[in-house]
Ligand binder design. Sequence first.
Ligand code: SF4
Length: 312
Amino acid sequence: MIEKKADLEIIDIKPRGYCKGVIRALSIVKRTREENPETTISILGKIVHNRYITEALNYYRIKTIDIPGLTREELLQYVDQGILILSAHGTGKRIVEIAKAKGLTVIDAVCNDVVSTHDIIGHALAQDTQIVFIGKNMHPETEAILQNFPRAHLITQESDINILNLDSTKNILITNQTTLSILEIQSIIQAILDKYPQAEVNNEICGATRVRQEAIIKQSKLDALVVVGDPNSNNTAMLAQIGFEHGIKHVVRIESIEDLMLDGLKQGWRVGITSGASTPTYLTEMVSHYLKNVDLTNPQRKPEIDLTKILE
Ligand code: SF4
């Protein structure tokens, strides 16, 4: 019997998926539940940006306190007892003080790479250096930085540099959120340097974000790129953006196999598959396996997602 040639050539782009910060945060949450089987456990904001992880944690009676548009401080009003876990993105010191004053046991699952950015900024400010922080507005990492260091100047896009008014006689340090695009940040940094040539640069894009983006740039002749990850995950968004900037014409962002559409895919295409640092491996593998075997003219039924496998 002649075996039918696969409709698509699937390239599993590696590395992809969970980074060390996410693995650590999830193991802290799981261990906290194991050691405290009866205690109320809440997470302030999403532990990492992935809806399926939030749902899986709910299954283990771990409640995520996350209301769109509210700050961490506002969310804290909804927690009155038990253990409070702080997310991998970092949390302002004032939040920790308020939580402790409320009698909550606070466990911080912040990523060490985020801590490093806070340390660099704190050290520079102590030397009277002015800080320019490139980050995404309303992202929890940026929120925590601005809360701990209100003197930092936030730049969310190149046009913000027009209103940047720094003292040119003093030192300036440019630094950034850990999960930005390695391509986009270059032009923003250059635009700041054009205005303040004496500024020093400490690019804090973390290793995990960097290697996942570089892995896409290293690919050649991809007809399409499928990026699996949460709509609110910045590093997932940046993977898709890198795909576009790298010239891949068909870039698709999906949360899981549930919203995978086959319409734009064509017979014989080379399709890369990657996923954000907060995307469960199980979800990415499911998409990869399905596309490797898909019949584009008569697509198979998609498999159901099993929440008990999300945290594995
Ligand atoms: S993406 Fe980077 S900064 Fe964020 S949790 Fe992972 S390793 Fe840490």
